[in-house]
Design a protein around this ligand. Structure first.
Ligand code: SF4
Length: 759
């Protein structure tokens, strides 16, 4: 790939304080003229913050006492503002005038947009509407997400539109829609202190959602117990009463066993089950065969700990299960989330203050992004693209004949195969970095290189943008306004602090320009984000996620509003399911789920289970946070965590260079020998690109229902780089006879390194 270095600077080089255009600290230059109230650009908590503005530049940040972050910010939030004036920002469009292999060169907006439209018109004329795809993101505002879905379906007429939320919590979303009839966490995070027992399943909250921890601590201060299921003793697990060191990909067997134990001990809520649910008998029969001993064999969690967990959970008057990517990034992610909902329904917890389940959504607008109609099978307001009434309603709002409304298209992970096959000829990717975030990224590279043109809209030169034929510079979050919907379902207002840098434009403005050139100005002529907001309020009216009664002013007054909010006098709905569930009969669904192993199990050649995740310093693909000096200094490159017992045999020591290999490839990185991980498991953070991307190795297997990839479990081996090769493989194996697992851990039940378990 040829890169014109004059056009943009090398990645990861501009991370020092001075290079952000900020001189050494002095009180005068750091004094803001204005404080703009807004929210963080990063995770699903969407903390309130003020941006300090001076002479048209964002120069700093101040915490804001908003309802759910109460004046707290995590390390990412504190430096998020440094993106605005960052020297790596893309300031003008780039194009490869000489075709593939030629350098990216500066272009005017007219040249870039005219080129895109003329190519799209040629391709659609030759191959049909579906030759073009839109791959969007969930870190954008609701207004931009809505505009992406409408642009794809109403302007391009393609059915292929999907978004990167597919890679995040989409399995939880489907599970909640099946179990509760509505895909949203039932309670706000401010209700957490009402719980007497918290169960954290595959959620590394202290690192990934640090500000949310204050609500967990309030519950703990009231005496709530904490149970953590995780293959690593995460910072959260280290504070728990009980850590269940579950083998990645096997959580469901533990959850089903806990339910069976609750039934045996008479700890289920018979009245709630009778009055508020259907499907219980089948679940009861299904879990009857899940014994603690069998669960220990499969999950590696000592049977006594599972029994203790069931008792702690079952005895609590109010209990809350919080879950995230640890179980959702799986080829059976939907079913594991359903095991959580089954457990909570059996205890009669869903709809109760502080009780039930909560999906801890990762992306900044992961919740809103999937409600706005940029998902392959959904229309705005959680309407379904295959329901006649929903299609007609949205077609009427958009001003197009219903016959022109496309049907369901390919999920994000399936688009890659269609690109590789040549069925999708061109794709516009916005706010997504597929070359880091999708599994088996060599296959992704081949697929993207087939596209002509590949168009990437971003504000930094991502690993994906490096492959593009056209790169369009987008505004960052504080250069535009709109709304996001956080992991609670709380809609918050993002305010504009400064003008877009250079020639960059808000994503929706780019779409408006393209629509005009395609002769679709009549249906896509927005002049502001507020115009789009007003349109999306109409489009969501009457849907499950109904925003129609909200206004930007009321959102600010109320410190966020929760949908559904069907009219302007409505206060919004912070708590769902207090009286009824979202299914037509008002009842929740128990859904029987059986344990299935991950798609790829360890074996002789690949004896370890490799799992991936986030660290506190980085966000998603790292395209933003790897450029922010303080964050990058803390975690400038990936590492692999390995248990001392596993490291001993091949002689791996802390900081050794090692090679890890899966059936799809190898990479070299540094070893971190830690006692806080299962001895049969390796962990690598996923925020890095190129040769440092762990997604060179991960398994592209997906959940059959929702197509989310299995990032959390693939087979791998590890070797010291200078270790002599031995015949017949790596020369060592890990003893993962499950019977030996409890002894392999340095902890016994009641001695998790933390508090004594309350029996
Ligand atoms: Fe931003 Fe999330 Fe940190 Fe809050 S917890 S400051 S939203 S990254």
């Amino acid at each position: 790939m040829s890169v014109n270095k004059d056009v943009f600077q090398q990645r990861n080089t501009n991370t020092d304080f001075q290079s952000h255009g900020l001189k050494d600290w002095d009180a005068h230059s750091r004094t803001p003229e204005t404080l703009i109230p807004t929210h963080c650009s990063f995770c699903g908590v969407q903390c309130g913050m003020y941006l300090k503005v001076r002479q048209g530049q964002v120069i700093g940040v101040e915490p804001r006492n908003y309802a759910h972050n109460r004046g707290s910010l995590c390390p990412k939030g504190v430096v998020a503002y440094q993106q605005a004036n960052h020297p790596d920002r893309l300031r003008y469009p780039l194009i490869r005038r000489g075709g593939k292999g030629s350098p990216l060169e500066r272009a005017t907006w007219d040249e870039a947009l005219d080129y895109i439209v003329s190519r799209w018109q040629d391709l659609q004329g030759q191959y049909g509407k579906d030759a073009i795809a839109i791959y969007s993101g969930s870190s954008m505002t609701n207004e931009k997400c809505y505009a992406m879905g409408k642009f794809a379906r109403a302007v391009l007429g393609t059915r292929h539109v999907d978004y990167n939320g597919r890679l995040c919590m989409s399995s939880a979303a489907v599970a909640y829609a099946k179990a509760f009839g509505i895909d949203r966490s039932p309670i706000p995070m401010t209700d957490i202190p009402n719980a007497d027992c918290l169960v954290a399943v595959g959620v590394n909250m202290s690192e990934c959602f640090p500000v949310m921890m204050q609500w967990v601590w309030r519950a703990r201060d009231r005496g709530a117990s904490l149970i953590v299921l995780d293959p690593r003793e995460t910072p959260l697990a280290r504070t728990a009463d009980l850590w269940l060191p579950v083998r990645s990909g096997t959580d469901m067997v533990v959850l089903n066993t806990m339910l069976n134990l609750l039934i045996q001990d008479g700890m289920i809520d018979e009245e709630y089950i009778r009055e508020r649910t259907v499907g219980w008998e089948q679940v009861r029969e299904t879990v009857a065969k899940y014994t603690p001993e069998e669960a220990q064999r499969i999950s590696g969690v000592p049977a006594e700990r599972i029994i203790t967990a069931a008792r702690m959970y079952g005895r609590a008057a109010t209990s809350l299960i919080m879950h995230a990517r640890g179980i959702e990034h799986s080829s059976h992610g939907v079913n594991t989330c359903l095991a959580c909902t089954n457990l909570a329904l059996a205890r009669g917890q869903v709809g109760k203050l502080g009780g039930g389940t909560m999906m801890v959504t990762g992306q900044g607008n992961g919740q809103g992004g999937r409600e706005m109609g940029q998902k392959a099978n959904q229309l705005p307001g959680y309407r379904h693209i295959d329901v006649d009434e929903d299609r007609r309603f949205i077609a009427q709002v958009w001003g197009i004949p219903v016959e022109e409304m496309p049907w369901e298209g390919a999920a994000a992970t399936e688009m890659i195969h269609l690109m590789a096959k040549g069925d999708i000829k061109s794709c516009m990717i916005a706010c997504s970095n597929l070359m880091v975030s999708l599994p088996d990224n060599q296959t992704v590279r081949r697929a993207l290189q087939q596209l002509d043109p590949l168009i990437v809209v971003d504000f930094f030169m991502s690993e994906t943008a490096e492959l593009a034929d056209v790169v369009l510079p987008a505004a960052v979050w504080c250069e535009d306004e709109g709304t996001t919907t956080n992991l609670e379902g709380r809609v918050v207002k993002i305010n504009k602090a400064v003008e877009p840098l250079g020639e960059s434009k808000a994503d929706w403005e780019i779409l408006v320009e393209l629509a005009k050139r395609m002769g679709k100005e009549r249906i896509f002529s927005y002049r502001s984000a507020r115009d789009i907001w007003n349109d999306l309020r109409k489009a969501t009216k009457g849907g499950a996620a109904d925003y129609s009664g909200m206004s930007w002013e009321k959102i600010d007054e109320e410190q966020g509003m929760f949908w559904p909010c069907p009219d302007e006098g409505h206060p919004g709905t912070p708590r769902l399911f207090t009286e009824r569930f979202g299914h037509p009969d008002g009842k929740a669904r128990f859904i029987a789920v059986e344990y299935q192993p991950p798609a790829e199990e360890p074996g002789e050649d690949f004896p370890f289970r490799l799992t991936t995740g986030r660290v506190v310093y980085h966000y998603l693909s790292g395209n933003q946070t790897r450029r922010l000096g303080f964050l990058n200094a803390q975690a400038p490159e990936p590492w692999v965590e390995i248990h001392p017992q596993a490291a001993a045999k091949p002689g791996i020591q802390n900081h050794d260079r090692v090679r890890i290999t899966s059936p799809r490839g190898s990479m070299e990185l540094q070893a971190l020998v830690v006692p806080t991980i299962r001895p049969d498991t390796l962990f690598v953070p996923y925020h890095y690109g190129h040769a440092e991307a762990i997604n060179q190795l991960t398994n592209p297997a997906v959940d059959p229902t929702v197509k989310i990839p299995e990032y959390k479990a693939c087979a791998a081996r590890i070797e010291r780089i200078d270790a002599p090769e031995k015949e017949g493989g790596t020369g060592y194996t890990v003893n993962y006879n499950p019977e030996n697992m409890p002894a392999m851990f340095p902890y016994a039940v009641g001695e998790t390194g933390n508090k004594k378990i309350k029996e």
